[in-house]
Design a binder for this molecule. Structure first.
Ligand code: 13P
Ligand code: SF4
Length: 354
């Protein structure tokens, strides 16, 4: 639906009042009505870097989800305040790994005698606590656009990787990109004693995958791929690495949201693409590339928005910008200094990856 013209005008006016004081970041999964006000759009890696590159902005308004705003707070200066327009914009995947569960897992690895040779690699999609755990144990953060480089680095530091919290990104990168076998991977289930694993299994594994997943990307199945290949002859299937392993194996191309956009930009006119990622982005790409004669369809037939990304809507953005313009800081995301110190180590390790 087109955005309410009154709200559009109010957002524009509040942003104008704020001028250089505010910097608005928008993740690719955000609604069109919000994206139109973003000073920069990107995947989670690009946004983490861009947030850090605006020291003159007093307010960083993060149109994305909670873990992204936390990361922005960690990477920006103390004089900058990061704001999330709706505090309920979380991420179900990030919630699948709590600090207590991960501490317990580390105890299990310690008892099995493997903690000393294990390097934690945590996906950006995790809480600041998990990032701090990662930093404390000499690990790195990764995103879907640098997971391969993060794992290469981790295996230069140790023999095993504990990959948190997305089992699919971990497995897909290890098996598809690095030639490991499925047998090199075990899944640690935080809801079972000892993660459901024996000490022997932990000793034999190279990748210890946390049992987390994205509820949006997890909905794509092998049937979705087979079905779209029948429906759209000649289609190229391009999916995000948060999809299940069999989906990634059946796809033609795999990559982060930035990769998906770049691939479509470079695609020839007349080509057809089925995209397996969040629907706001796929719809935007379908509209953008239709005039160039590139057909973009959604990989599945069922609607697949990320409900928490969608919580950031124009009314919340207007309220946020008007509050800031009136000098009231609302919905500030602030990571405590102790957590920040170690989480920053892990994030900076990621930013330093070759
Ligand atoms: P990227 O932005 O790294 O592509 O990740 C997608 C995602 O699920 C963010 O929540
Ligand atoms: Fe989390 Fe998945 Fe939504 Fe990304 S798309 S914010 S991983 S639930």
């Amino acid at each position: 639906a087109p955005s309410d013209p009154d709200l559009v005008e109010r957002a524009r006016a509040a942003k104008e009042r704020l001028g250089e004081k505010v910097f608005v970041l928008g993740h690719h999964y955000q609604r069109d009505e919000v994206i139109q006000f973003a000073d920069v759009t990107g995947d989670s890696f690009k946004l983490a870097r861009d947030a850090a590159a605006r020291p003159e902005a007093e307010y960083i308004v993060f149109c994305g989800v909670h873990f992204m705003a936390e990361s922005a707070d960690i990477l920006t200066g103390d004089h900058q305040q990061v704001v999330l327009p709706d505090l309920a914009a979380g991420c179900s995947m990030a919630d699948m790994a709590t600090a207590e569960q991960v501490a317990e897992c580390w105890d299990v690895l310690t008892e099995a005698g493997v903690a000393g040779t294990t390097v934690p690699v945590s996906y950006m999609n995790s809480s600041a606590d998990i990032k701090a755990f990662t930093g404390r144990h000499g690990g790195t953060i990764c995103t879907s656009s640098n997971a391969r480089r993060a794992l290469d680095w981790a295996f230069s530091q140790g023999e095993k990787v504990l990959f948190l919290p997305d089992q699919h990104l971990g497995r897909n990168t290890a098996v598809r990109d690095m030639g490991m076998s499925l047998k090199d991977c075990v899944v640690y289930n935080p809801h079972k004693p000892n993660g459901g694993l024996t000490a022997g299994q932990l000793r034999d594994a190279r990748m210890i995958l946390w049992r987390g997943h994205c509820s949006v990307h997890g909905r794509f199945s092998l049937d979705s791929v087979n079905d779209v290949r029948e429906r759209v002859p000649g289609v190229n299937v391009l999916v995000h690495p948060e999809c299940r392993h069999e989906v990634v194996e059946a796809a033609d191309h795999v990559g982060s949201t930035e990769y998906i956009i770049r691939t479509l930009e470079a695609a020839p006119a007349g080509s057809k693409w089925a995209i397996g990622t969040e629907l706001n982005l796929v719809r935007r790409l379908a509209n953008r590339f239709a005039p160039e004669g590139k057909e973009v369809v959604f990989l599945d037939r069922t609607v697949c928005f990320c409900s928490t990304m969608n919580r950031i809507d124009l009314p919340h953005l207007v309220w946020t910008l008007e509050s800031l313009a009136d000098g009231r800081v609302v919905n500030r995301i602030q990571v405590d200094p102790e957590t920040e110190k170690f989480a920053k180590l892990a994030l900076e390790q990621m930013l330093a990856l070759p």
